[in-house]
Design a protein around this ligand. Structure first.
Ligand SMILES: Nc1ncnc2c1ncn2[C@@H]1O[C@H](COP(=O)(O)OP(=O)(O)OP(=O)(O)O)[C@@H](O)[C@H]1O
Length: 497
C-alpha cells in the first residue's frame, strides 16, 4: 500500500461544511438540517479524496482503507460521497452496497441514511423539486427473503426486471442470500462497495458473499433494456473499507482485491498485522484490580459514588450478564436501574431496552460483545469491561462506546490480580495509556450491607431455581420411565394375546 494519509485525531481539526468545495449544495443543506455544521477530520479527509477519485468516468477509481478512532464519524465519511454520487444519477439502478457485520449496526446506518435522504428530498421540494429521490433498502432478514426481494426488483409484464434500489444496506449473510436467490438482481451498474467494520466482516467471510458478488459483477443484465445497451460497459467498482481496528497487512487486505488502495489512518502505533486507531481524544482509560465478588459493587459505586449516570457493562457470557443484572436489581436502589441485553432477545424487546437506556431510564446496561462494534448509543459516560477483553480489538471497540463525537468518557476494566500484567502489555502494544484506580473499602462501606443482602437473596434465588429445575427433571424422568414401563406392558400384553 502507498504512503498512508494521516487523519487528525482531534475533533478541534473539524472543518466547516462550507469550506468543503467538493460537497454539493443539496448535500450541505441536508447536513445543516440534520444539525451538522462541520465535518470531523475523518470526513474532511476522506470525502474530497473519494469524490475526486470519481472525477473521470473513464478511469478506474482507486480503493480506500480508512482506520480512524471509534466515534470519530466514519459513517458520514462514506455516506456523504456515496449519496452525492447517487444523487447525480438519473435512473434507478443498484449502484452502491454497504455491508455491515451485524443486523443492529446495519439498522443504525440505515436510520442515519434515511435521515439524510429525508433532508435531501425536503431540500429538493424547496428548490426546483425535480431531483430524483435516492432509493435505499435495508436487507437484514427482518422480513422474509421474498418480501425483501420485492424491494429490490420488480418483474415486468415483458419478463424483464426493473431495479427498485440505488443503495442497499445489508449484512453479509443476507446479501449472499439475495445474490443466490434474486433472479433479476443485477450488479452491472454497481459503483461502490462499502464494508464497515471491515476487519470483522473479513474475519467471518459469511457464505463467501464476496466471491459471489465478484462472480455476479461480470454477469450481463438478465434482460437488457435500451438503457443498458446505451451504457454497455460496466462502471468500475470502487471499494471502501473502514474500521477502528483495520489491518495493514497487504495479504489480508488483498482478499478484497483492492485496486491502487490508499490508506487513511489515525493510528496509534505502526504494526504490520494489526492497526489500532488512536484512542478517542477525551477517553480516559483505567483498570481496577479486585476480587470477583467485588465487581458488582464497583459497578454500583460508579453510579452512586462517582455519579456516572449511563454505564455500559460488557461481560464475556450471557450467564454473567444476567447474573450481574439480577444482582443490581436485587440491590433495589431506585438510582441504579439495570437490565441485560443480548443478541438472542427478540428485536422489539432489544430495541425497547436500548431505548430505555438511551433515554436515561436505565443507568446500567449489561451486554455482550455483539454490542461492542459500531453501536452509537447516546451519552454513555462510562464503559465497564466487567470481564477481561479477550483481545486488543475487543477492548478498543468496547471502550469506543463512550467518548464519542468529541464527548468525554471513561473506560474501566475490572481485573483479578493474575490478569493485570497481560492486560497492561496488551494495551501498551496498542499504544494505549491505562491508569490504575483503587476501590477503597471506605468509599463503598455505606452500601456494603445492602449489597450483601442482595448477594444472599441472589444465592437463595439461584438455589431455589436449581432445586426447582431438579424437581422438574425428576418429574420428567419419572414420567418417562412410567411411559416406558407402560409401553413394555402393552407390548407384552400384545404378545400374550
Ligand atoms: N460532522 C459531525 N458533526 C456532528 N456530529 C457528528 C458528525 N459526524 C458524526 N457525528 C456523530 O458522531 C457519532 C459517532 O459517529 P459514527 O457512529 O459515524 O462513528 P464511527 O467512527 O463509525 O464509530 P465506530 O468505530 O464506533 O463505529 C454519531 O452520534 C454521529 O451522529
Amino acid at each position: 500500500m502507498r504512503r498512508p494519509v494521516a487523519i487528525d485525531n482531534s475533533l478541534d481539526a473539524s472543518v466547516p461544511i462550507d469550506s468543503i468545495d467538493c460537497l454539493s449544495e443539496p448535500i450541505r443543506s441536508a447536513l445543516r438540517s440534520t444539525g451538522v455544521e462541520t465535518l470531523f477530520p475523518v470526513q474532511a479527509t476522506s470525502v474530497p479524496l473519494v469524490l475526486a477519485s470519481h472525477r473521470y468516468s473513464w478511469t478506474r477509481p482507486r480503493d480506500f482503507a480508512v482506520c480512524a478512532a471509534t466515534g470519530s464519524g466514519k459513517t458520514l465519511a462514506y455516506l456523504l460521497p456515496a449519496l452525492q454520487l447517487l444523487a447525480a444519477c438519473k435512473t434507478v439502478a443498484l449502484r452502491c452496497i454497504i455491508v455491515l457485520p451485524v443486523r443492529d449496526l446495519a439498522m443504525q446506518v440505515h436510520q442515519v441514511c434515511l435521515r439524510l435522504l429525508a433532508a435531501l428530498s425536503e431540500g429538493a421540494a424547496d428548490s426546483d423539486g425535480c431531483r430524483r429521490q435516492i432509493r435505499c433498502q435495508l436487507l437484514v432478514g427482518e422480513r422474509s427473503l421474498e418480501k425483501e426481494r420485492h424491494q429490490l426488483v420488480r418483474l415486468m409484464s415483458d419478463g424483464s426486471y426493473r431495479p427498485l434500489a440505488d443503495l442497499v444496506i445489508c449484512t453479509p449473510g443476507r446479501l449472499a442470500d439475495h445474490l443466490l436467490n434474486c433472479p433479476g438482481l443485477s450488479l452491472a451498474r454497481l459503483r461502490m462497495l462499502i464494508i464497515d467494520e471491515a476487519d470483522r466482516v473479513m474475519a467471518e467471510q459469511k457464505q463467501d458473499w464476496f466471491g459471489l458478488l465478484e462472480r455476479l459483477l461480470d454477469k450481463p443484465m438478465p434482460h437488457p433494456s435500451i438503457h443498458s445497451w446505451l451504457h454497455a460497459k460496466p462502471p468500475h467498482l470502487q471499494k471502501l473499507l473502514l474500521s477502528a481496528t483495520l489491518t495493514h497487512n497487504p495479504e489480508l487486505l488483498q482478499r478484497f482485491r483492492l485496486h491502487n488502495p490508499l490508506l487513511l489512518t489515525a493510528t496509534a502505533e505502526s504494526d504490520k498485522e494489526l492497526e489500532v486507531s488512536a484512542a478517542p481524544g477525551r477517553l480516559s482509560e483505567f483498570f481496577v484490580q479486585l476480587k470477583p465478588s467485588q465487581k458488582p459493587l464497583f459497578v454500583i459505586h460508579l453510579v452512586l459514588g462517582l455519579g456516572r449516570s449511563r454505564v455500559l457493562c460488557f461481560t464475556n457470557s450471557r450467564e454473567s450478564a444476567h447474573r450481574l443484572a439480577s444482582l443490581i436489581t436485587l440491590f433495589a436502589d431506585p438510582r441504579v436501574t439495570c437490565e441485560a441485553v443480548s443478541a438472542r432477545l427478540p428485536v422489539p424487546k432489544r430495541a425497547r431496552i436500548l431505548r430505555r437506556f438511551s433515554t436515561g431510564q436505565l443507568s446500567v446496561l449489561v451486554c455482550s460483545d455483539s454490542m461492542a462494534r459500531g453501536m452509537d448509543l447516546p451519552s454513555v459516560d462510562a464503559v465497564v469491561c466487567y470481564d477481561r477483553p479477550a483481545s486488543l480489538r475487543t477492548y478498543v471497540h468496547r471502550a469506543g462506546r463512550t467518548a464519542r463525537a468529541g464527548r468525554a468518557g471513561a473506560a474501566y476494566t475490572l481485573l483479578e490480580r493474575r490478569e493485570v500484567l497481560h492486560f497492561r502489555r496488551m494495551l501498551s502494544a496498542g499504544g494505549r495509556q491505562v491508569r490504575e484506580v483503587r476501590l477503597h473499602g471506605s468509599k463503598t462501606k455505606r452500601y456494603e450491607a445492602r449489597y450483601q443482602t442482595a448477594l444472599n437473596r441472589l444465592h437463595e434465588e439461584q438455589k431455589a431455581g436449581e432445586s426447582a429445575s431438579e424437581d422438574q427433571s425428576k418429574d420428567q424422568n419419572k414420567k418417562t420411565s412410567m411411559k416406558k414401563r407402560k409401553t413394555k406392558e402393552d407390548k407384552s400384553k400384545e404378545v400374550d394375546d
